[in-house]
Design a protein around this ligand. Sequence first.
Ligand code: NAD
Length: 455
Amino acid sequence: MQIFNPATGTLIQDFPSATTASVAEAYRRARAAQPAWASTPLPERLAVLRRFRGLVVDRLEDLARTLTLEVGKPIRQSRNELNGLLPRIDFFLEATEKTLVDETVLDEGVKLREQITHDPLGVIGNISAWNYPYFVGCNVLLPALAAGNAVLYKPSEFATLTGQHIVTMLHEAGAPVDAVALLAGGGEVGAALLEQPIDGIFFTGSYPTGAKIAEVAGRKMIKMQLELGGKDPTYVCEDVDVASAAASLADGAFYNNGQSCCSVERIYVHETIYDAFVDAFVVEVKTFKLGDPMDESTYLGAITRRSQLAVLAAQVADARERGARLLLGGNVIDRPGNWFEPTVFADVNHTMALMREESFGPIIGIQKVSSDDEALERMNDSPYGLTAGVYTRDEARARRLLARVNAGSVYWNCCDRVSPRLPWSGVGRSGIGLTLSTHGILTFTRPRAWHLRGA
Ligand code: NAD
């Protein structure tokens, strides 16, 4: 396959894609290697994660440059991603032993004991997305390996070089070569991986691909996790500091060019401050510098996938046709590579694709609401449910609303945030299952229930 630089449209390099035969061979090797890896003492498995962390720190600048080169992310944001990976690794290092400890849930001596132990699933597949390849790849790879699984890792075809770096560093850190394998390639390689008799599939990507994966995994009756897209809403109440709420939400909508699963994709603003908020929001977005992703001052880089430009252009045309007010941007930028202007619409409504379908780009709609109930109704009017937020000075009011919103993660006065200590999950079309937190360690294990009678 060919790897292109999305900021220039130029070829970076050719890369050998996995084949059906090489996928099957990687599976056979992983199956053979997994029992020995699982019986390696847990502290030794965790030492691999610790050494991997050291390699990330040592190579951070080179890794950041590769990431920027292949996905078009501004260099400072690539460094942020790598630096953000470190506390995730620290969390797994700190929490895995305590989480996987054998539990005695009843102890009546020789008469009866009941225990739970946590077995690895076996050989699992990890099919991944490109937008935060270190985060989404490592959310699976690291706890899965720590728990004693072998992992067949299919990075996104748009982040292959980064995927290769991750696997190389894991090998250098001491993970057995066959216990973690890189399967480079596009969707057909992911499909070939699913054909193997794996014990679980952990997927990060879009709802349409997730639905295909679910069909196959359902027939195979294997453990399945799907971390999918979002149409993440935020409601801004009338009691906020308008300028700071606008600045926070502009960053939440445009960071990484809006190519985050938890980017702010819909903003509802109380009518009392609507005009002031819209003005402040546009002022903020105008400060974002677009340009060469390798430039230290760039905030908006290239759009990673060329095909997304047409999706964004169609959402703009549809919103304009249906009466939305275009305040900024709206066009594909005519230069080599994939570029789109930061785009802000006011006076949008839910007849528009912009407020219903994942945009996954630098485009946002702002809608006026007249009450908390109306805001809640609008926020819940979506098949997705990844994150949702409320901006207000009143914690009780925020909690009242956030408890009723359909979302895996809820934010009070913040957005576009992930914590290793909290479970990351979605409802509806945003997915099934979770990563991160202690739940995101246990998810790579199968509980074994022991009923023990001494005589
Ligand atoms: P995508 O669905 O196009 O691709 C995801 C992966 O699936 C890629 O590795 C791709 O090669 C593979 N694939 C494609 N067809 C396949 C098939 N038939 N069988 C098996 N594998 C196949 O998604 P993307 O463009 O890489 O990522 C963007 C999407 O991911 C967005 O919707 C975003 O919201 C979502 N995402 C979600 C989270 C989360 O944690 N919920 C995190 C990051 C991204």
